[in-house]
Design a protein around this ligand. Sequence first.
Ligand SMILES: [Zn+2]
Length: 322
Amino acid sequence: MARKGKNKRYTQKKRYRRRIGIGTIGLVGGISLCYLAVPTQAYKKDKTCEAGTIKLPISTILVNGQYLIDQNVVDRDEILVYKDEPKVYVGTNEEGLQYGYDANIIADKLAHYDYSNNGEKIVFLTFDDGTSTTVTPKILEILKAYDVKATFFLLGSNIEKGGEQAQALVKQIFDEGNAIANHSYTHEYRILYPNRTLNLENFKADFEKNEDYIKEILGVDFTTRVLRCPGGYMSWDNMNQLDSYLLENDKVSIDWNALTKDAEGAKKDKDQLVQEAKNTSEGKEIVVLLMHDTYGKEATAEALPEIIEYYKANGYTFKTLI
Ligand SMILES: [Zn+2]
């Protein structure tokens, strides 16, 4: 028995070293709360986190299970290594991937006003400015009842306003296989586009703040490459600066080509919203429908069943933007 145990330990040790040696993920269980999105190395535990946060990459492996980290010799049990490769979520969970569609392709189509898709009709239901504790739960209930997925462009300041309940809704959106995208933290035009002109530094900071906030809720292995500019990309000057940033960072900005007008003009009732969705979708094989699930948009939730039924009756498949 003793010998068997010894062999087992030896095997583990060998595997551990080999994995670290090639710079990939090793083992050491019991750590689950804190992890990095792209762990290609082992890291030293940080005392600030109970489960072990990650700070310093290992530069050298010494003999006798000791490692050199930032010029300090450290024992193996102070090292945190991943047991398995963590999942890096891009916009949606594993279940949601089957509904996901490359947002780059759709953004490109929209930029060229080309809504054709070889006869195959697809619709992207999109909801901006959530989550709200009043409307988002209704939207989710309807999506579930119709077994349809949507893309939610989340707004951090609103989530913060809604407290724990709004945060739980972010989790629910994700867990139910919908896609999550970034719609900035503040939504403040005067910060993002002073004098109607893009301020790229402010823009980046605001979107990064929002992404970090969503990670706080969903976990650090969540990320999204899809974003929507508050007010729409089309509305502002100097947006060519944003293009190179998006390209370099593999991000996609996407507007819409249909809308219920639940945030435009006079307040509309359910029937008017449904009618606007139909009017603006007509003749399009690709539809990206803009709606809002924020405070005061109860009529959007009321209209949603008929909107979904309209697309179903007209042969559309429901997809999400990832
Ligand atoms: Zn918005």
